[in-house]
Design a protein around this ligand. Structure first.
Ligand SMILES: Nc1nc2c([nH]c(=O)n2[C@H]2C[C@H](O)[C@@H](COP(=O)(O)OP(=O)(O)OP(=O)(O)O)O2)c(=O)[nH]1
Length: 133
């Protein structure tokens, strides 16, 4: 049985409604794909607390965590990723790529043009569906 990794991702939007997307580096697992900032939930940690901690580590800024958007399991070669994505709002600091190859604010209309980590596609679709409703 593959191990299950519990991962959280933050959907952070700016005033124009662009979404903050992060490019995984070539030296990371799942290299060179776009993802939502976040990471693994530690033992005994709530998903919300993990998201605040990971965003602080990766982007050097603070978010407040809002609604759960998507809760999905995706089977990769290396493991099964249990990904929960949340709406999140920047409350302090400016995001900087401390660990990622690049950060980019992407308009909703261009979200599908990025090469996403496969587990993230349901979140991309949920964001597009929400913007149409
Ligand atoms: N942070 C994040 N990880 C994602 C997303 N989608 C997705 O499939 N993943 C995967 C990539 C990794 O396998 C795992 C998250 O681990 P991580 O961000 O701590 O990165 P990592 O594997 O480089 O960490 P590590 O082995 O160095 O401890 O979940 C996403 O949107 N955000």
């Amino acid at each position: 049985m593959k191990r299950v990794i519990h991962v959280v991702g933050a959907v952070i939007c700016n005033e124009q409604g662009d979404v903050l997307c992060a490019l995984r580096g070539s030296n990371m697992s799942l290299p060179n794909v776009w993802e939502f900032p976040g990471g693994k939930v530690e033992e005994g940690e709530s998903p919300e607390a993990a998201l605040v901690r990971e965003v602080r580590e990766e982007l050097g800024c603070t978010v407040s965590v809002g609604k759960l958007l998507v809760d999905v399991f995706h089977e990769y070669e290396h493991a099964i990723v249990h990904l929960r994505t949340y709406e999140a709002r920047l409350t302090d600091g400016e995001p900087r790529a401390r660990e990622h190859a690049e950060l980019r604010w992407v308009p909703l209309s261009q979200l599908r043009d990025l090469r996403w980590a496969p587990a993230d596609l349901p979140t991309v679709e949920a964001l597009l569906a929400k913007s149409r409703s």
